[in-house]
Ligand binder design. Sequence first.
Ligand code: ATP
Ligand code: MG
Length: 328
Amino acid sequence: MTMDAAILAPDSLGPTVCVGEILVEIMATTQGPGFLGPLDLVGPFPSGAPAIFIDQCARLGASAGIIGAVGDDDFGRLNQGRMKQDGVDSSAILVDAGYPTGTAFVRYQDDGSRHFVYNIAQSAAARIRWTDSVSALIRRAGHLHVMGTVLAMPAAWDIIERAMTIIKARGGSMSLDPNLRRELVANDQMEARFAQLVDAADLLLPSGDELEYAAGTAGEHAALGSLFERGVGEIVLKRGSSGASFFARDGRRIDELPFDVTQVDPTGAGDCFGGAYVASRRLGMSAALALSYANAAGARNVTFRGPMEGAGTRAELDDFIHNTSRRS
Ligand code: ATP
Ligand code: MG
């Protein structure tokens, strides 16, 4: 049916696995400068880029598992419950009773940017480590998806490196969402690790200037060329409210117009986009169809308050696609 080469290992090889922070998010209900006084808040919502990504993968109907850590508290149970309910293999979520589940408080500022108060580095999220359950999940995995945010979590790197070796050796594939600002790549070691991830990736899912950053080259065309030369098979560029574009090594390009939605909460769009794209490709869909589901998953998610509340099932995304017009 599809004329695309399969650049990702099929779903039948084993679940897509994502490694990293599992958090709850608590949001201010009003816009403004920050948290310097009492505010109305809403939450907790299950969150964390890897958790949002993997939840969207599973909701689309693909096999999916997560490696992360939560505390022995309600914030942890909320995340575990959501993962289970949506069909994510949560056998490798470690419960570390010595630390609380990670949190992110967010308030939208008047210019649309986000003000965060995080507790991640000192939370259970950062206590992630290699366990028998982690090993068992990785040994049956078919694909590894890496969020660039894990570079800020030293304990996750060991797991990522071991997972890359094991999953590639069994014929699995890898994708990378740089999810990273240039200013956050704090040192040479992080820079070297990031380059190692780019070299190992079959699929890249950058947004904005992450494309040029990943390539280390200025200009969209030059950046694409240099990444394909390094062995990347497919690149899907997220363009926020302007849609998304697909690029293949053989020069094919597909542009998707954005869906015309009213944005309620932009957090998680990129993660849902990636989860839907990887799930669709691994289920054997063409790049064009996968791109259309991804574009829909990102757009649908921004219409819901809460970072993963809008992750859609295949039926919900079909519905969304049929009932939503596009901006041109
Ligand atoms: P983040 O890392 O903040 O979650 P991102 O920068 O990785 O986001 P975006 O480009 O913001 O990702 O969003 C991903 C995709 O979701 C877009 O490429 C687009 O398909 C869809 N999308 C996001 N925001 C909108 C919007 N306002 N209207 C329509 N589609 C949107
Ligand atoms: Mg992103």
